[in-house]
Design a protein around this ligand. Structure first.
Ligand code: HEM
Length: 537
């Protein structure tokens, strides 16, 4: 263990980050002065009073007083693991990103999470699960910040505060802490009906996974890949678990949450410790990058829609093995900062309006969560590629930058040349055409179909899975105090499937209301009829 050093790029790089704080044999103050006693306050006489002069006491208590940082505004509860991603080379033609090259190994850190519960909530809540992966590639960090469900509640990021306010505990009593059984949630999803598709996934067995190791992951949005020749394609990312997808029943979830609220994080850590390393394949559904970015009538920019895998199969492009537990929860799992902005050459975003908003939100929230702009220097967030930026100073700066001219170009420190096509590939925002005039604050008509995909999902389930969905809606809506909210949600269920609406209404002891009507001009994709979808009802 050598002393902490400063790299040529100015980043502090000790070989062991813990060494900075735990390097010697003796207990010391934070300034390195050796201590004789850490159990007794300095006093005027054996029975006090305590003296202000006791620096060690003040430092110890004061540091403790400031140990907590804000939990994430969403996804506060999580568990993480380190691992390795290996490219198969099968995506090398469609993306120039080195991470996909054949047999290329890249270190990763994954954080799984629930969305709504606080940091101390139970693992088995009925909820969406986060599945965020940080790839420390040679070309910079790539974050694939996904969920275990392929669609999202809203289509436009401007509604994110609204959906989270509605789904988090009620402001007055802070009930419930980690599930969707309450009025504001059902009020929101029955008024903002684009949320019905994600909601039915939550009400299905997918909402209560057996283990993080047995969950699929989805990038949700459509991304754009850029090939070595500059050609582009649109893709949706999928993680497929080697152990298959498994859930528990609601009754099992209640028992497990009561007996062991840490069940999922324990399961992940125990499996890795035992050498049963969890494994996923990363795959892509590939679409032609057409001008309208539609696939057979399905708008690829609408994050509430999916493209059935029967129509566009998922092609495997690499595998990920998680093989090392974090050694410090706070330093790794809590301080890790994912960001959909973290892209590398060959991977780019699209105009999905939800994704576009995310590009602002993560960096912004991390400024307050991690106390200023320098969180990229935290060990878990440091890129494994060389860093050479002109960002300077700020709260918690740990780099000792060299030179006097933090601007580019300059004539004092020497300029680093920008890469040329001959020697390297810089990140280039893909020059996609955009509409020329500022549009009204409204979404495209192709975003207006809110029920056909929910119906598609429901019809894809087995009999027993449908039974679970009906039971989940009945239980959760049964917790709603407001009759008109239950009724409005029943109308939405009627627009998804009449039988489902009848079952839930019977369970709630309510009459079946008329189904919610889709706007007259809504045209569900003709592609859905190829996978058993009938429309209109
Ligand atoms: C956190 C996924 C939409 C804002 C997260 C995390 C995941 C995630 C997995 C946890 C990251 C971690 O483990 O640290 C998604 C997915 C979305 C989505 C898949 C939609 C497809 C949004 C939108 C916004 C947003 C629309 C805001 C406009 C946030 C914020 C955090 C977060 C503020 C906390 C980040 C932090 O404190 O480090 N999201 N999210 N998310 N998400 Fe999203």
């Amino acid at each position: 263990k050598g002393p902490a050093t400063v790299s040529p790029t100015g980043q502090q790089t000790g070989t062991d980050p813990a060494q900075v704080a735990q390097g010697g044999e003796f207990l010391t103050t934070a300034h390195g002065a050796r201590l004789k006693d850490t159990d007794h306050t300095l006093r005027a006489g054996p029975r006090g009073p305590a003296l202000l002069q006791d620096h060690h006491f003040r430092e110890k208590i004061s540091h403790f007083d400031h140990e907590r940082i804000p939990e994430r505004v969403v996804h506060a509860r999580g568990a993480g693991a380190h691992g390795v991603f290996t490219g198969y080379g099968t995506a090398a033609k469609i993306s120039q990103a080195g991470v996909f090259a054949k047999d290329k190994e890249t270190e990763v850190f994954v954080r799984f999470s629930t969305v709504l519960g606080s940091r101390g909530s139970g693992d088995l809540a009925r909820d969406t699960r986060g599945f965020a992966t940080k790839f420390y590639t040679d070309e910079g960090t790539w974050d694939l910040v996904g969920n275990n469900m392929p669609v999202f509640f809203i289509q436009d990021a401007i509604k994110f505060p609204d959906v989270v306010h509605a789904a988090k505990p009620h402001p007055d009593r802070e009930i419930p802490q980690a599930q969707s059984a309450h009025d504001t949630f059902w009020d929101f999803v029955s008024l903002h009906t684009e949320a019905q598709h994600h909601t039915i996934w939550n009400m299905s067995d997918r909402g209560i996974p057996r283990s993080y190791r047995m969950m699929e992951g989805f990038g949700v949005h459509t991304f754009r890949l850029i090939g070595p020749d500059g050609s582009t394609s649109l893709v949706k990312f999928h993680w497929k678990p080697k152990l298959g997808v498994h859930s528990v029943t609601w009754e099992e979830a209640q028992l497990i949450n009561g007996a062991d609220p840490d069940f999922h994080r324990r399961d992940l850590a125990d499996a890795i410790e035992a050498g049963a390393y969890p494994e996923w394949e990363l795959g892509v559904q590939v679409f032609e990058d057409t001008e309208d970015q539609m696939f057979q009538g399905i708008d690829l920019l609408d994050p509430t829609k999916l493209v059935p895998e029967e129509l566009v199969p998922v092609e495997p492009i690499g595998k990920m093995v998680l093989n090392r537990n974090p050694s410090n929860y706070f330093a790794e799992t809590e301080q890790v900062a994912f960001n959909p902005n973290n892209l590398v050459p060959g991977i780019d975003v699209t105009n999905d309006p939800l994704l576009q908003g995310r590009l602002f939100s993560y960096l912004d929230t991390q400024l307050s969560r991690l106390g200023g702009p320098n969180w990229t220097q935290l060990p878990i967030n440091r890129p494994h590629a060389a860093v050479n930026d002109m960002l300077r100073d700020g709260m918690h700066q740990t780099a000792v930058h060299r030179g006097v001219a933090p601007y580019h170009p300059n004539s004092l420190d020497g300029n680093n040349p920008f890469p040329t096509p001959a020697d390297d590939r810089p990140f280039i925002d893909h020059p996609a055409p955009v509409a020329a005039s500022v549009k009204e604050r409204e979404l495209a008509a192709s975003f207006e179909d809110h029920f056909s995909h929910a119906r598609l999902f429901y019809l894809s389930l087995s009999e027993v899975e449908r039974e679970h969905v009906a039971q989940a809606y009945t239980f959760e809506l049964g917790k709603c105090y407001e009759q008109n909210i239950r009724e409005r949600q029943l109308r939405c269920l009627g627009a998804i499937d009449t039988g489902l609406a009848q079952q839930v209404a019977a369970g709630l002891g309510m009459p079946v209301p008329e189904p919610e009507e889709a706007p007259a001009d809504v045209q569900p994709s003709p592609a859905l009829s190829q996978v058993g979808q009938e429309w209109p009802l």
